[in-house]
Design a binder for this molecule. Sequence first.
Ligand SMILES: Nc1ncnc2c1ncn2[C@@H]1O[C@H](COP(=O)(O)OP(=O)(O)OP(=O)(O)O)[C@@H](O)[C@H]1O
Ligand SMILES: O=C([O-])CC(=O)C(=O)O
Ligand SMILES: [Ca+2]
Ligand SMILES: [Mn+2]
Length: 636
Amino acid sequence: MEKNGPVRSRGLAKIQMPGHHSSEVCHDDSTPPVRAQTIEELHSLQKKKSAPTTPIRGTLGAFASISEEDRYQQQLQSISASLASLTRETGPKLLRGDPAARSGESPRVSTNVGNQSYTPSLSLSLAVSDSSLKFTHVLYNLSPAELYEQAIKYEKGSFITWTGALATLSGAKTGRAPRDKRVVKEKTSEDELWWGKGSPNIEMDEQTFLVNRERAVDYLNSLDKVYVNDQFLNWDPEYRLKVRIVSARAYHSLFMHNMCIRPTPEELENFGTPDFTIYNAGQFPCNRYTHYMTSSTSIDLNLGRREMVILGTQYAGEMKKGLFSVMHYLMPQRRVLSLHSGCNVGKDGDVALFFGLSGTGKTTLSTDHNRYLIGDDEHCWSENGVSNIEGGCYAKCIDLSEEKEPDIWNAIKFGTVLENVVFDEHTREVDYSDKSVTENTRAAYPIEYIPNAKIPCVGPHPKNVILLACDAFGVLPPVSKLSLAQTMYHFISGYTALVAGTEEGVKEPQATFSACFGAAFIMLHPTKYAAMLAEKMQDHGATGWLVNTGWSGGSYGSGNRIKLAYTRKIIDAIHSGTLLEATYTKTEVFGLEIPTDIEGVPSEILNPINTVSWLFISTNYICCCLYIFWHVLDLF
Ligand SMILES: Nc1ncnc2c1ncn2[C@@H]1O[C@H](COP(=O)(O)OP(=O)(O)OP(=O)(O)O)[C@@H](O)[C@H]1O
Ligand SMILES: O=C([O-])CC(=O)C(=O)O
Ligand SMILES: [Ca+2]
Ligand SMILES: [Mn+2]
């Protein structure tokens, strides 16, 4: 018998082998016994203590003299201050770690911290209550693996899919609820904000905000444990924001872990006080008898306090887009333009922006195997160039296929949150065509899951500005070149279609106007953002394009949505510069410049006049124009 032959699992043959050394046979366990006397001891060997989060350095940094214990205390005190109720004298008593963990260590307890904004007379009578006596466990910046375990153990509807993603359910709400979003009218911001008709900012007073805040904080403090994420927004260090997210679900914590920028252990040590805090008490409704509340859901933004409260919706996109609204307020103050756009860069450093309302193709088209991805949804354009606000992507998954969107497909693996998808109960294979839970199925993954992501996610000034419109009327050509004035016109009017799913109550594509291609998130009047865009495009010589990713030559219901493969060819021609050099015809009706030929795209579809009758074009066009005109007038 060969000495180096394969190891066989049949024990019998081994015993019968002649000439074998006696010491090698007949032993059930030939490896040395484990160094444990009890099962508990064995289990305690399994987990190695994490390295201290700050590397010990020779330099005398701010934290060099602080012990690990003191640092824990500081972190817990900071979180306790965040969770302080406004009517009690102190923040809650906090413990670090999972209440269910049976670790030999004694838990780390916070000392209560005073709350600066309490009212002394109130606090005297309210200070002693059962809730002020209890402890809350804090699960601070857990790793994806730890959050998986939490979700699977405690959150119904959490499963591991066949590729290792965490499938979750967001509950009754599977899309954003823009009608339930409120902005506090308060003195530090009210003069700058856009109020009234057309504005997404539905007002709320400070008192009502505090009522909702108290409701959320009391709910969170009533739990055994809360999740706390301390993370960053914006890859440009000059305009970076520190955010804290307090939530009740591992799903929300993992979602934000993926979507915000993840601090290094060292950055976390020096985190200090957050610039903005989200209280996500989404499982708990708001009180409908509260002033301004029109449903059991309320998403409340207070720019003065730099806080956001979420009640009555567990849809995780509210957190991401709530922070985006904050950026739409803070960045323009610093002459930085915030953009609802995807962004990628070619090998030669040519940056393209992809503006578009939800579902128009920002994520799909910015994720391009031939280019580096800077980000899929939220960016800033400053004097330094472009930077991604986020650390992850949030892709629509309905009808996702490996063939059409390979990079997104492959990003759905361990660590990725997969919302509201349907899967085989046994194999856990996901059926991306299934809309049983919602049309708005989504995957949230860290940006480095895309192989050609550009880290850090920053780039030079854009060369091409692509406005994506998903036209449900079917009158816009697949692509047209825009003058600066036309770019501004389309940017301000934001003519597109709302596709089903992302916002509540939208069941089929419907024509809409969304100023700046993201009216739900802007905080100032659209012309403020448009003026900044015009100035930047002019300064840096960027070309504007209008790309229709919706219906062309026939409206929704009669025609078909433009094939993704054709849209990709059009985008390729924009990137390569060949489309800039192409021959154009000017449409009489639109005044839009339409190219006559694009490689890989049938020429007859380039001009809608070829695919539908004149009558269709002119009637729909007139509708469309009146609609746009009316809307633009309405803004002023
Ligand atoms: N011609 C096309 N161009 C782009 N996308 C298309 C086209 N045809 C179909 N689609 C589909 O439309 C969807 C576009 O969604 P995508 O996630 O890219 O939207 P988004 O603009 O990033 O929206 P959000 O801001 O909500 O994240 C994808 O599911 C994509 O497969
Ligand atoms: O916010 C969401 O749910 C998804 C998104 O990116 C958008 O709607 O623009
Ligand atoms: Ca997207
Ligand atoms: Mn978006």
